[in-house]
Design a protein around this ligand. Structure first.
Ligand SMILES: NC(=O)c1ccc[n+]([C@@H]2O[C@H](COP(=O)([O-])OP(=O)(O)OC[C@H]3O[C@@H](n4cnc5c(N)ncnc54)[C@H](OP(=O)(O)O)[C@@H]3O)[C@@H](O)[C@H]2O)c1
Length: 270
């Protein structure tokens, strides 16, 4: 029986993925920052709920050990924990810039380093990083988030080759908008109130982003299905777009020159 370890399983895509894999007969190490609040996943057979904060390396090491102790081995690591800093870049505090990378990028890197000795010893393993279509296109007021997801794309693509030599697969899943708590608990607002010259633009973009988010969002269960497909696909595929809006955006990028595509995005936020 296969086992997956998931970061950020308390909510949204991580929670839906934990449920989906358990329903398909997998063992699941469902990790989260506050397991004491969990009331559902810990009632499911084959699910081990463990504390893991990607900003605290010792909790990652411990979660990996507990998962191996309980299920014998781990086959798939899903790096899903993440959030978005939203707002005018000039208004971002140094601590906010650092934390965006500490969670989305360095958190992923820590978990990868924690699992690799186990995967190498097994001569097998799959790392799936939850990126975003926002790891391949960028919208205004999300510069820090996009920077973190573009970093995940480059990190993962390089590792794909390197870890291929160790029989370890690396994949990215790239969702479009997903109806989770991403615009609630996972949105950190950068305060731009002291910067009036951005105000009108920032208000217009914020409204547009929220409207578009609500109109286009996929259910997290749909992303869980794509993650399941990726976990079971031994064919060497690297990227898995998830959601109609993600496919639309990448199609729009492919059929335009870079200048045309950036003009298309700019017009959308005018
Ligand atoms: N929703 C979207 O539109 C969308 C689109 C593309 C990509 N994504 C990506 O999908 C992933 C999951 O987001 P979601 O949409 O499912 O949002 P969500 O429902 O808000 O879930 C985010 C998860 O990340 C966890 N998390 C945040 N900081 C953490 C930390 N330091 N250590 C461990 N866990 C931490 C949260 O835990 P707590 O419960 O402790 O806060 C929560 O479980 C993220 O990487 C996000 O960038 C989302």
């Amino acid at each position: 029986m296969n086992t997956i370890l998931i970061t950020g399983a308390s909510s949204g895509i991580g929670r839906a993925t934990a449920r989906h894999f358990a329903q398909q007969g997998w063992n699941v190490v469902a990790t989260m920052r506050a397991p004491e609040r969990e009331t559902e996943l810990n009632t499911l057979e084959r699910v081990l709920v463990v504390r893991l904060d990607v900003e605290q390396p010792e909790t990652i090491e411990r979660a990996v050990s507990l998962g191996i102790e309980r299920f014998g081995r781990i086959d798939v690591l899903l790096n899903n924990a993440g959030y978005a800093a939203f707002g005018v870049f000039e208004a971002a505090e140094p601590a906010q810039i650092k934390r965006q990378f500490d969670v989305n990028v360095f958190g992923t890197m820590r978990a990868v380093q924690a699992i690799l000795p186990h995967f190498r010893a097994n001569g097998a393993g799959t790392i799936i990083n939850v990126s975003s279509v926002g790891g391949r296109v960028a919208f205004p007021l999300l510069s820090l988030y996009h920077a973190s997801k573009w970093a995940i794309e480059g990190f993962s693509e390089s590792l794909y080759y390197e870890l291929g030599t160790q029989k370890i697969q690396v994949k990215v899943v790239e969702p479009g908008n997903v109806s989770t708590d991403f615009t609630g608990r996972s949105l950190e607002l950068l305060s731009g109130e002291s910067l009036p010259s951005y105000r009108d633009y920032a208000e217009a973009v914020t409204k547009k982003q929220l409207d578009s988010f609500q109109a286009n969002a996929s259910a997290p269960e749909r992303i869980a299905e794509t993650i399941y497909e990726a976990a079971n696909d031994a064919g060497g595929r690297f990227r898995y777009l998830a959601g109609d809006d993600a496919a639309f955006l990448m199609g729009a990028r492919a059929e335009r020159t870079e200048e045309e595509f950036m003009g298309f995005i700019a017009a959308n936020f005018r």
